[in-house]
Write a protein that binds this ligand. Structure first.
Ligand code: NAD
Ligand code: UD1
Length: 348
């Protein structure tokens, strides 16, 4: 298939682009590079020895986007592009709603205009809010607790309405749990700007000596060691989930929702220990107050994805930490200081 990937230069997008290329698909990436660099795509070209067509493009540029669709003749779209920082979404809600919701509306309009009706959308377990009823199934109530989460929930509603309005659409909504890790080569990985918001990238930077210690956000939850439990999933397993969803959609229409998680929860203390083991480095930590809005425990029931798609996560926490560390150690400052200036990705 010829597939348009929005946000394909980012963390999950880049690993999925690599997996799509390896599966024999032709890939066109659009990204405005607000949270990524084109080096990720250059490295994927090196790893796969395949070309990626890249266009620097903002989803809010409707005319530009339409011209990409008019030229592209795409079979499917995989839509990662979005802003994702929870705290920032509370201080800049309009920017988040405009970028994520209005950007998605532009994308859907362009798809409709050019008769492209197959879409895989990046949603998040954040749509379940702080639900105490675990494991979370696709039928668990949706109650996003912050503007970022509400952009995802609203886009899911828009997609449901769109599917109901026109039977030609085939839509997969993938609710990711906590994506971590990196490609086993250590050449591509997560490159957060500034201080990481999420646990794994923060722990990795402590292991690398870039930060002094991890602060554990509360150790008085009703869990075995008192720290929060999450369902960490290797980004390469997640990438494979997109291929499975696309394959599922090819002969079908309608809208489908799947949790992509391992079904296994790990505590903050377990993650720190696993990372120390994988990296061979000490990870100093201290216990601080709870982070507002955090659930005690969140993990997926991934049964539906296995039943419908035949997909399941294969890599365990140790593998996630090993691969995350492989990337972190080889690229201590992310892409910025280690790019070896390969030829640029091809331009449309
Ligand atoms: P990321 O920031 O690394 O990737 C998102 C990409 O989208 C970036 O390259 C960014 O430059 C691009 N982008 C943002 N707004 C754009 C716009 N208006 N036009 C064009 N490009 C734009 O994030 P990620 O971790 O790879 O996440 C990918 C998707 O998965 C996002 O939609 C995110 O909300 C969702 N998600 C991520 C996580 C996670 O923990 N990483 C969890 C659940 C869901
Ligand atoms: C966060 C977001 C969620 C988003 C998800 C994946 C919030 C409230 N939620 O969820 O919307 O979908 O990331 O991007 O921000 N922790 C520490 N110390 C740290 C960082 C985290 O103890 O420095 C703990 C947290 O309290 C939590 C666990 O580690 O128990 C995982 O945190 P994180 O990686 O931020 O993911 P989520 O909390 O699941």
């Amino acid at each position: 298939m010829k597939i348009l990937v929005t946000g394909g230069a980012g963390f999950i997008g880049s690993h999925t682009v690599l997996t799509l290329l390896e599966a024999g698909h032709e890939v066109v990436v659009i990204d405005n590079l607000v949270n990524s660099v084109v080096d990720s795509l250059e490295r994927i070209e090196e790893l796969t020895e395949k070309k990626i067509m890249f266009k620097e493009m903002d989803l809010l540029d409707y005319e530009g986007l339409l011209s990409v669709f008019a030229e592209g003749r795409f079979d499917s779209v995989v839509h990662f592009a979005g802003l994702k920082a929870v705290g920032e979404s509370a201080t800049e809600p309009l920017r988040y709603y405009r970028n994520n919701v209005a950007g998605t509306l532009n994308l859907l309009d362009c798809m409709q205009e050019t008769a492209v009706h197959r879409l895989v959308f990046s949603s998040s377990a954040t749509v379940y809010g702080a639900s105490e009823a675990v494991p979370l199934t696709e039928d668990s109530p949706l109650e996003a607790m912050n503007p970022y989460g509400r952009t995802k929930q609203q886009i899911e509603e828009i997609l449901s309405d769109l599917s109901a309005s026109d039977p030609r659409w085939g839509i997969a909504v993938l609710r990711y749990f906590n994506p971590v890790g990196a490609h086993e080569s250590g050449r591509i990985g997560e490159d957060p700007k500034g201080i990481p918001n999420n646990l794994l990238p923060y722990v990795a930077q402590v292991a690398a000596g870039r930060r002094d210690k991890v602060t554990i956000f509360g150790d008085d939850y009703m869990t075995e060691d008192g720290t929060g439990i999450r369902d960490y999933i290797h980004v390469m397993d997640l990438a494979a989930g997109h291929i499975a969803a696309l394959d599922f959609l090819v002969p079908r229409t309608g809208i489908f929702r799947w949790n992509l998680g391992t079904g296994r929860g790990s505590s903050v203390i377990e993650v720190i220990s696993a990372f120390a083991e994988a990296s061979g480095r000490p990870i100093p930590y201290e216990v601080g107050p709870r982070r507002p809005g955090d659930a005690a425990v969140s993990y997926a029931d991934p049964t539906a994805a296995f039943t419908d798609l035949g997909w399941r996560a294969h890599r365990n926490l140790s593998q996630m930490c090993t691969d995350h560390w492989g990337w972190q150690e080889a690229n201590p400052e992310g892409y910025a200081k280690t790019a070896d200036h390969a030829p640029p990705a091809s331009c449309l």
